[in-house]
Ligand binder design. Structure first.
Ligand code: GLV
Ligand code: MN
Ligand code: MN
Length: 414
């Protein structure tokens, strides 16, 4: 079997160009539906067209490039929106890999007729709804979400869609029968590959995730005249609840269960005022539902206990649409593993993903798989996020090889 060769310079040049749209220092600020995000999507649409794809931006901002070739197609891509302060490769890597795989297969006479579609999903990073674009493509976006979803500054999704010029633009649905499957490449965003000296991760499962928002209501008052026994300090309840979560969760957590309290707000957030209001987001993840169920029960118990004392009232509500844990398709993993063994013999491994990804949602509709490359220092969701050029190039070569092999098998060895 011939292996299509990717063009490393072209791949790195496009990745760097995309980095420039919203660049801040070493990082990128390109949250979903921002002017920079939409600029990147228009640029990508043009790149897809130059690669011979029929390209559209749909009504939620997904950029989809469809191959004109007949036969079962492979969908390849990721997301091009970023965290509020994001790294340059999270999502962008898999998007530009998709483009490069299309170009590499087209340039080789043995693979030029194999149909590859490329995609950049919208709002994977949860400005409004995590994996909004893949939820929309698979028909699982909650009805009324345009009015219900607001970002951290209170902007409503409907208004962001309008300001991005997407009001009334048709939303695409994934045509299941068109595809042999979906493959998403991504940086690992953790230390595992670097620690083991391996170059490629073949993802076996993707974590599930749930979130709870706590609102704490007490009584705002003077910090000098209000004696401790009379206070109804919202943050005292917050600190206690957060501390007890950190005490109780490890008792039922699995080896890879994680939880984070990464956003909180205190009002009025002033040194000489006893705060009357606070809110806090708790997020927890695991590859199986059992510890997530157990965490919900612990939270309910702790909240009831603190509320029973009177003073500060805590209200707990789901903070986000839950993401179920998913397993990646065994057959597609096999193709990626064989390609990894050809290009990095002995230097690849199967591994779970602690980050969630659009592949989790697409897997409900299509056989799906993921490929990871190492992250330097295991750092991600930070401006410092980076990967070595040679690892970026190797990952794309493995993906191009795997894509050709998946498509050849799906189309009867063509
Ligand atoms: C996705 O970006 C995640 O937070 O796992
Ligand atoms: Mn990502
Ligand atoms: Mn991310």
């Amino acid at each position: 079997m011939t292996v299509p060769r990717i063009n490393p310079e072209r791949l790195l040049a496009d990745l760097r160009f995309l980095r420039g749209i919203g660049a801040q220092g070493k990082g990128v600020v390109r949250p979903a539906f921002s002017a920079k995000d939409m600029e990147a999507r228009r640029w990508l649409k043009q790149r897809y067209q130059e690669a011979g794809l029929e390209a559209t931006i749909d009504g939620v901002g997904n950029v989809l490039g469809r191959s004109r070739h007949p036969g079962k197609a492979l969908l390849v891509g990721s997301h091009s929106d970023t965290q509020p302060t994001g790294g340059w490769l999270d999502g962008a890597l898999g998007v530009i890999y998709g483009l490069e795989v299309v170009r590499a297969l087209t340039a080789d006479s043995a693979t030029r007729m194999l149909p590859v579609d490329a995609v950049s999903f919208q709002d994977e990073e949860s400005r409004f709804v995590g994996c909004l674009g893949s939820r929309s493509l698979t028909g699982t976006l909650a009805p009324g979400v345009e009015q219900a979803a607001v970002d951290n500054s209170g902007v409503m999704l409907a208004d962001a869609l309008r300001d991005a010029g997407l009001a009334g633009v048709p939303r695409q649905r994934l045509a299941r029968e068109r595809y042999a499957g979906f493959v998403e490449a991504h940086i690992e965003q953790g230390p595992n590959l670097e620690d083991t000296g391996r170059k490629i991760g073949v993802v076996s499962s993707i974590v599930g995730l749930r979130g709870i928002r706590f609102v704490f209501r007490g009584q705002q008052n003077h910090a000098g005249t209000t004696m401790m026994d009379r206070r109804r300090d919202a943050t005292t309840a917050l600190y206690e609840l957060a501390y007890r979560i950190n005490q109780e969760f490890p008792k039922v957590a699995g080896e890879r269960t994680v939880w984070t309290m990464g956003r909180l707000r205190v009002e009025p957030n002033a040194t000489s005022i006893v705060p009357g209001y606070a809110d806090l987001d708790l997020q927890f993840r695991d590859a199986s539902e059992a510890p997530l169920d157990a965490f919900e029960k612990i939270v309910a118990r702790l909240v009831a206990e603190i509320n029973a004392r009177g003073g500060v009232a805590i209200e707990a509500t789901p903070a986000r649409a839950p993401i179920p844990p998913t397993r990646m398709d065994a057959g597609l993993q096999e193709h990626i593993a064989r390609a990894a063994e050809r290009h990095a013999p002995g230097k690849w491994q199967h591994m779970p993903s602690g980050a969630f990804h659009d592949a989790g949602f697409i897997s409900a509709s299509l056989p799906s798989a993921m490929l990871f490359i190492p992250s330097i220092g295991g750092i991600s969701h930070d401006f410092a996020e980076d990967s070595r050029d040679e690892d970026i190039v190797l990952g794309c070569q493995v993906l191009a090889d795997a894509a050709a092999s998946i498509l050849a098998a799906a189309n009867g060895g063509r």
